[in-house]
Design a binder for this molecule. Structure first.
Ligand SMILES: NC(=O)c1ccc[n+]([C@@H]2O[C@H](COP(=O)([O-])OP(=O)(O)OC[C@H]3O[C@@H](n4cnc5c(N)ncnc54)[C@H](O)[C@@H]3O)[C@@H](O)[C@H]2O)c1
Ligand SMILES: N[C@H](CO)Cc1c[nH]c[nH+]1
Length: 892
């Protein structure tokens, strides 16, 4: 067709309304050449683009003597220029080997370049367009046959092979000082696949403008159709390229569409069709493209209203999917959201959105398998798009940014900013400082240390410097927004309750990214599914034996019998809870050790049906170690599900998951919330062990402690999750000793594989300096930690003073890890301060106690009057009578 040129030295002329409008229409049709008077002043291009945003422009330096160097070309290309036009006279002085061919064009004067064919041959594969100036009379209306033949030869030569990145070399023909260009020439050139280069001043959209080239007619004259009705098949697509439907265009509809820059087509039944004129589903026309052989068109539009299709769907092929659908949903949520919408909450709470973006970015970095990566990337894209829609940034803006970047030639070093550079030592300290700053906004207690720490470190407080309120705030755990969590968990649980296995399968796909055929594996478990390497099997067996021994010893199988008064014998005996559900976490880390800690006491207690639940692995299989433990403890089933859906399945039962009587085991906030729900639902008739949430540890250390051991213990719990909390109560430690512990924390943390997690949990944790052991114990008892480690001189002597703790680890050689895995004690323990009222899981967790009594005649005689008097006090006559009726008989 044509390649319009705009002379940037005429900015004033260009700013008038006629040209502004013309440029908008030309932008619909493709590339525009910008003639620039000098390369030295890049502000000209910038200024022009600010007032006339166009999508694709070529830079043509028009000053003959201009010095052109590679740097200037690259600078302009980096700014988003589609192609740079190099005059053929300058190519010898340039080395443009490393500029992609599709970004370079050559301008040649047919008259002056004798060896033009040689030149084209030489440049094959290095440039993607030639602008050839013809040596002809400027008033010519059509091109001579000789000239056409010459151009055919050149075009054939230039288009002999395809470009490295696909497509054909483009040929633009310049007729110097052409004062009456014609449609005929455009048509002649289009037949030989060349375009006429025309000054914008020669173009018009107005059919009454004589002597100018009509833009619409130029387009129409280059189109061909093999349809009998003479129409052109037209694909309509959205700005992101999704096909909305197929329509037809006629010469008339094209003229109207270009004139109004809206979607106007030719209906085969009803004539000219102004899309949306009656339905309101109008279109803004963004681009008109001609296909590679000139017989069909593509209209790229912004579609308004419910959709393109008369059936009110977005496309004639149904509604969109993926990002387009997500963008639409977010937009709808922004405009009006249903009550309880999480997305609406994100729109209203930029801090929550910020945290979620950071969290998901971090999780994406840690993802390993294809499924995990897709899952985390989807999460991140969702939250990122919420941010964009909240700020009125559509997907098309993101894509045009990406397109702009793809045009940059200069390679960027691509280094991460210091803040995120995991290879740099500074990274952690910067993250740390940020965490600290956030912390200092939420924590009521001020730190006595500078927040400009360079290391991974805990906050530090001195008991003698804080007041009672501040001490109380240190005893608190981070507040869980239980309403939010409950609101998330309830619909999930209802779903499982109502739809059983189908819901369980669907939710596992949603939350764990695995589509299962069946959510349950039943015993006997296939040996190959629980095959372990020898050392793992031996370690599990050794741990099993120790845990079994300790839990078996807890079981007093004898019946308690007491004669409370002569002839009145009371007894108590235990029975196992028949059916138990054991939850083994599997979100951030897979914990087969938890299977041991739950399965062994259930087996010792004699529970008849043991059912495990744990999220499946990403390939849909069960964790072999968990299956092996399930097999060892005699479990009948393993449910491959996690979170609140697993808890619901255990509590209510499904087609394949048996309903249980008690649910035990730790888990994240969703698991814990779901356990709370079933415990309060009398229709579930299910009890729970206790709320066992994110891991906690409190260490009491004095100057005899080994700094490296103390640090290693703190980190062993801090690595569980970003919500883990560890506390060091330092009993009159010297500043050197404390500094050594802090140094060890940083040094050991920095080389942990889960440094990402500890660098978030450690700064949320704190050191409390106290003067006396009594202060330390008092604080610990008030805190009621899940785990308590005593790094103290004569540590064992302190045990008698411990009132509240889940489990205590005494002395330098009792790391908590031993209790976590294999010494014999249980690791499912109360967190959040619940150690004041709950015990950790133990054999009694799986037992219930039944009492019984037997009175002899004499016994009833002795006790009867007491019972009758108390019944009288309560005015319960039937109670009194049940005794009196017997005593009367005795009198006879
Ligand atoms: N107190 C104890 O005795 C003890 C012992 C071991 C582990 N823990 C703790 O258990 C926790 C384990 O948590 P985890 O996340 O690693 O595993 P998890 O198995 O408890 O949770 C994973 C499940 O959470 C669900 N889930 C995830 N995101 C969700 C969302 N947005 N909405 C609804 N459901 C969602 C999914 O179904 C997933 O399967 C850690 O905090 C750890 O410290 C505590
Ligand atoms: N420390 C956790 C209990 O809070 C249990 C555990 C499992 N694996 C490692 N540790």
């Amino acid at each position: 067709m044509f390649l319009p040129t705009i002379d940037l030295s005429e900015q004033e002329k260009l700013s008038n309304a006629h040209f502004t409008d013309l440029i908008k229409s030309l932008n619909l049709l493709g590339d525009i050449i910008l003639n620039i008077p000098t390369l030295a002043d890049s502000s000209l291009v910038k200024k022009f683009l600010e007032t006339h945003p166009i999508d694709s422009y070529w830079i043509n330096p028009i000053k003959e003597q201009e010095f052109i160097d590679n740097d200037s070309i690259i600078r302009l290309l980096d700014q988003g220029t589609e192609k740079f036009i190099i005059p053929s006279s300058k190519i010898l002085s340039l080395n443009f080997d490393y500029i992609p061919a599709d970004r370079l064009a050559i301008s040649i004067n047919l008259d002056q370049s004798k060896d033009i064919e040689e030149l084209i041959k030489k440049l094959t594969g290095s440039v993607s367009a030639y602008l050839i100036t013809l040596p002809i009379n400027s008033s010519t209306k059509s091109l001579s046959e000789d000239l056409i033949q010459n151009l055919i030869n050149l075009t054939k030569l230039a288009q002999k092979s395809l470009l490295p990145s696909g497509g054909q070399t483009r040929i633009g023909i310049i007729i110097d000082n052409h004062n009456s260009p014609s449609i005929e020439i455009i048509q002649q050139l289009s037949e030989i696949s060349a375009d006429l280069v025309v000054d914008i001043g020669s173009l018009t959209l107005d059919p009454t403008d004589k002597g100018l080239i009509n833009i619409s007619e130029s387009l129409i004259c280059t189109l061909k159709t093999d349809r009998s009705d003479g129409l052109f098949t037209t694909i309509v697509s959205d700005e992101r390229g999704e096909a909305l439907g197929i329509v037809y265009s006629s010469a008339e509809s094209i003229r109207e569409a270009l004139k109004t820059r809206t979607g106007i087509y030719q209906s085969r039944k009803r004539g000219l069709w102004h899309k949306g004129a009656t339905s309101g589903a109008v279109q803004k026309l963004n681009k008109v493209q001609v296909d590679c052989d000139g017989d069909s068109l593509r209209f790229i539009v912004k579609q308004y209203g419910p959709g393109f299709c008369h059936l009110n769907t977005r496309t004639c092929f149904g509604n969109s999917k993926g990002l387009t659908a997500l963008e639409q949903t977010l937009q709808n949520r922004k405009e009006s959201a249903p009550p309880g919408s999480y997305t609406a909450k994100l729109f209203q709470n930029p801090d929550l959105l910020h945290s979620k973006i950071m969290e998901e970015a971090d999780e994406l970095c840690s993802a390993k398998t294809k499924d995990e990566i897709a899952w985390e990337a989807a999460d991140l894209i969702y939250f990122a798009l919420v941010k964009c829609i909240a700020n009125e940034v559509p997907l098309t803006d993101i894509e045009s940014q990406l397109d702009k970047r793809s045009k940059i030639i200069t390679r960027r070093p691509g280094n991460a900013k210091p803040k995120w550079d995991v290879t740099s030592n500074e990274t952690l300290s910067v993250q740390n400082n940020e965490n600290k700053q956030q912390e200092s906004q939420t924590k009521p207690v001020s730190t006595s240390l500078s927040t400009k720490s360079e290391t991974i470190k805990m906050q530090k407080f001195d008991l003698s410097e804080i007041n009672v309120t501040q001490r109380t705030s240190l005893l608190q755990r981070p507040i869980i927004k239980s309403d939010d969590i409950m609101a998330r968990v309830r619909p999930i649980m209802d779903d499982v309750r109502k739809k059983g296995d189908a819901a369980l399968i669907k939710l596992t796909e949603k939350f764990d990214g695995v589509k299962l055929a069946s959510p349950v594996i039943s015993a006997p478990f296939p040996p190959e599914a629980m095959a372990l390497d020898e050392s793992t099997r031996l370690a599990i067996d050794r741990a099993y034996d120790n845990i079994y021994k300790f839990h078996d010893a807890q079981y007093d199988r004898s019946t308690l019998v007491v004669e409370t008064m002569p002839g009145v014998v009371c007894s108590r005996f235990s029975r196992p809870i028949e059916r138990v559900g054991l939850y083994v976490p599997g979100g951030t880390a897979i914990l087969p050790s938890t299977a041991l800690m739950l399965g062994i006491p259930a087996k010792v207690a004699g529970c008849k049906q043991i059912v495990f639940a744990s999220p499946p692995r990403k390939d849909g299989t069960a964790v072999p170690e968990i299956l092996y433990v399930a097999h060892k403890v005699g479990a009948s089933k393993v449910v491959l599900a996690g979170g609140s859906q697993a808890v619901a399945a255990l509590a209510y039962g499904t087609e394949s998951v048996p309903k249980v009587d008690k649910i035990c085991g730790p888990g994240n906030q969703y698991v814990t919330a779901a356990k709370m729900v079933v415990q309060n639902d009398s229709s579930a008739l299910t009890s729970i062990d206790m709320p066992a949430g994110p891991s906690e540890l409190l260490v009491i250390a004095d100057n005899t402690s080994n700094p490296a051991y103390v640090a290693s213990d703190l980190l062993s719990q801090a690595e569980h999750g970003v919500d883990s909390q560890v506390v060091l109560v330092a009993v009159s430690l010297t500043s050197e000793h404390l500094a050594k512990i802090e140094h060890e924390i940083h040094a050991q943390a920095s080389i942990l594989p889960r440094v990402n997690i500890v660098s978030q949990s450690i700064p949320k944790s704190f050191i409390l300096q106290v003067d006396t052991l009594e202060d330390a114990v008092k604080f610990s008892n008030d805190y009621a930690p899940e785990h308590l480690i005593l790094h103290l001189d004569k540590a064992e002597s302190l045990l008698e003073k411990i009132e509240n703790a889940g489990s205590v680890f005494v002395g330098p050689y009792s790391p908590e890890s031993c209790g976590d895995y294999a010494s014999g004690t249980n690791h499912t323990l109360p967190t959040y301060g619940y150690a004041r009222i709950y015990s950790g899981v133990n054999t009694l967790t799986f037992l219930k106690h039944i009492t019984s009594q037997q009175l002899t005649k004499e016994g009833l005689h002795n006790l009867g009057t007491t019972v009758m008097r108390l019944a009288e006090v309560e005015e319960l006559e039937a109670h009194r009578n049940a005794v009196q009726i017997r005593l009367k008989d005795m009198e006879v």
